[in-house]
Design a binder for this molecule. Structure first.
Ligand SMILES: [Zn+2]
Length: 225
């Protein structure tokens, strides 16, 4: 999970739909386009990019509460896999659209490949806050699966992460390989910059690889947008 800035003000249609007693249309007007742009076409939970099963997710489950149903700040973009796992099961999560909540400074994600391919989730807090605990549980569930069906989906998700991380690691290796020309090095640097931008898939994992190495951090931290 990484920080996303939610554009303001809210699409006007939300207040109009809320005022209609029987309407539950919170996907009105420009809502979908705005969410797609704000969340960089990514699921805010698993960071999959260009998702084919797009869901508009209520960060705080509305349970029929029209204030929460039509609250722009409560509408997030998620993939179906994550939305199905979250449903009403994980309340009180770290809000990744609140910069002050500092999601990237609190939760660390890494992919373990041996002995089993599994996503690890660590925290930087000595005393874990309730919202951190819930967010860790959700991320574990999303990346490693819950039911047998979800385990298959999560395994596909981890394969996508692995492929992306292998490409990123190859770029890092090539950047430090002195045999390449200056032109090639610049091109590789451009690729690294794209990998570390918030619009890339699985950015949290790649930024963690950079944070774990003092040289990488010195050379590439400026690419964290
Ligand atoms: Zn997802």
């Amino acid at each position: 999970m990484i920080y996303f800035e939610k554009s303001q003000p809210a699409p006007v249609c939300l207040a109009i739909e809320k005022a209609k007693p029987s309407s539950e249309n919170y996907k009105c007007g420009t809502v979908l386009q705005r969410l797609n742009t704000d969340f960089e076409r990514k699921c805010y939970i698993c960071e999959s990019k260009n998702i084919t099963n797009v869901n508009v997710e209520h960060f705080r489950p509305h349970k029929g509460d029209r204030n929460l149903m039509f609250d722009w700040n409560n509408l997030f973009l998620a993939c179906q896999h994550c939305n199905n796992i979250k449903l009403g099961n994980y309340e009180d999560l770290i809000d990744c659209t609140n910069e002050a909540a500092n999601i990237e400074g609190r939760i660390l994600l890494y992919l373990e490949v041996f002995p089993m391919e599994v996503v690890g989730v660590s925290v930087f807090e000595l005393e874990m806050a309730k919202e951190t605990e819930t967010t860790v549980a959700l991320l574990h569930a999303v990346y490693n699966g819950t039911t047998p069906l979800k385990q298959i989906e999560s395994s596909n998700l981890r394969n996508a992460i692995l492929e992306d991380l292998l490409d990123f690691e190859t770029c890092l290796e090539r950047f430090y390989d002195n045999r390449g020309s200056e032109k090639h090095k610049k091109w590789i640097l451009g690729k690294i910059k794209i990998h570390l931008s918030k619009s890339s898939a699985f950015t949290a994992f790649k930024r963690q690889i950079v944070r774990d190495d003092a040289n990488y951090l010195a050379d590439f931290e400026s690419f964290f947008d």
